[in-house]
Ligand binder design. Structure first.
Ligand SMILES: Nc1nc2c(c(=O)[nH]1)N[C@H]1C(S)=C(S)[C@@H](COP(=O)(O)O)O[C@H]1N2
Ligand SMILES: [Mo]
Length: 240
């Protein structure tokens, strides 16, 4: 990345880590967090989705979501040029087009979305292919024990253990809120890890690489927990 965006982006982890630390401190931290978040928004009010600050994550979105990207601009991809690679410690490397992913069995999961910054959106449907099905199709080989996810934004990465990746609530998601994933929400394909904080759900997913051990992801290299489990209560399906 060029010097300027990199320098600007370095501001983000410090702020995000501070918020995380306060959340860890309990109720007082939770009460304080919105103030920090607001201050942050004010400081970054010049940021727009189009600029290259890498700090566009604080712009409110309709429906309670906030747009997050660690880079300023992300290429748009659709059925004509989207491709998902499955490689690494597998028997058979695979490449999927969007049409091929849509033709596979689809699973729908409805849980609450929680970001470590303190916002949440209850009862959000995601739908797509079970990550476990893609791993089975590729055939994990020894000593495969973890997954590294890469994104076509060129920067973001995530990780899961193989055991986590095989859960029935971990999707390669094509739909969100019963509509095709928009570009802003990581479309056409994002990872969706229902039982964990939303930073685990990598947007603009382009690569699934089986590794022998967990390689910490983008935010994890900057202080986030590699295991992003939600509290038990927040993992439950919405009582509809
Ligand atoms: N590629 C990519 N994926 C990402 C992020 C990002 O910056 N880049 N941010 C993460 C975080 S911290 C959150 S809260 C969610 C935000 O998703 P949204 O923009 O759809 O609300 O995406 C996660 N996945
Ligand atoms: Mo987040």
């Amino acid at each position: 990345m060029a010097g300027k965006p990199k320098r600007r982006a370095e501001g983000a982890p410090v702020g995000r880590r501070a918020v995380l630390g306060m959340l860890g401190a309990g109720a007082a931290g939770i009460a304080a967090a919105p103030y920090l978040q607001r201050g942050w928004e004010k400081a970054l009010s010049v940021a727009s989705e189009k600029d290259a600050t890498g700090l566009t994550g604080l712009l409110p979105n309709p429906g309670g979501f906030r747009y997050f990207s660690v880079v300023g601009s992300v290429p748009h991809k659709d059925e004509t040029d989207y491709e998902l690679r499955v490689d690494g410690l597998v028997e058979r490397q695979r490449r999927y087009t969007l049409a091929e992913l849509r033709a596979m069995p689809q699973t729908r999961v409805v849980r609450d979305v929680l970001c470590t910054d303190g916002w949440r959106v209850n009862g959000t449907p995601f739908e797509g292919v079970l990550l476990a099905d893609l791993l089975d199709a590729a055939g994990v080989r020894s000593p495969g024990a973890a997954i590294r996810f890469t994104c076509f934004d060129g920067e973001y990465t995530e990780s899961l253990t193989l055991e986590q990746a095989r859960r029935a609530d971990v999707l390669v998601a094509l739909n969100m809120q019963d509509k095709p994933l928009t570009h802003a929400h990581g479309g056409p394909v994002r990872l969706y890890v229902a039982p964990m904080y939303f930073y685990k759900s990598a947007k603009w997913l382009s690569g699934i690489t089986v590794t022998d051990k967990v390689v910490p992801g983008y935010w994890e290299e900057r202080g986030y927990a590699v295991d992003g489990w939600l509290d038990e209560a927040d993992q439950r399906p919405e009582a509809a």
